[in-house]
Design a protein around this ligand. Structure first.
Ligand SMILES: [Zn+2]
Length: 84
């Protein structure tokens, strides 16, 4: 791994920029339209990011729809335990 460059992403909820490592990655399950926490970064397609403390504030708003190309139907991240 290269050092020195820290990838930064913007939280979908509060719009703060933070190092990617500090954010939860969200992925879309295309078939069901569910937004899931993609903790391993394995889900295909576009991802979005949110602070862990912002996860309860996720909404199916325009910003979310833009991130997922209007395919988000349901947010299913809250039952995922917040593991550290
Ligand atoms: Zn946030």
């Amino acid at each position: 791994m290269k050092r020195g460059h820290i990838p930064v992403r913007t939280c979908l909820v509060c719009m703060r920029k933070r190092p990617k490592e500090e954010l939860a990655r969200l992925g879309l399950d295309v078939e069901s339209g569910r937004i899931l926490e993609d903790s391993r970064g394995k889900m295909k397609g576009r991802g979005a990011y949110a602070c862990r403390e912002c996860l309860p504030g996720l909404r199916l708003d325009r910003r979310m729809q833009r991130a997922f190309r209007n395919r988000a139907r349901e947010i299913c991240v809250l039952e995922v335990p917040l593991l550290k």
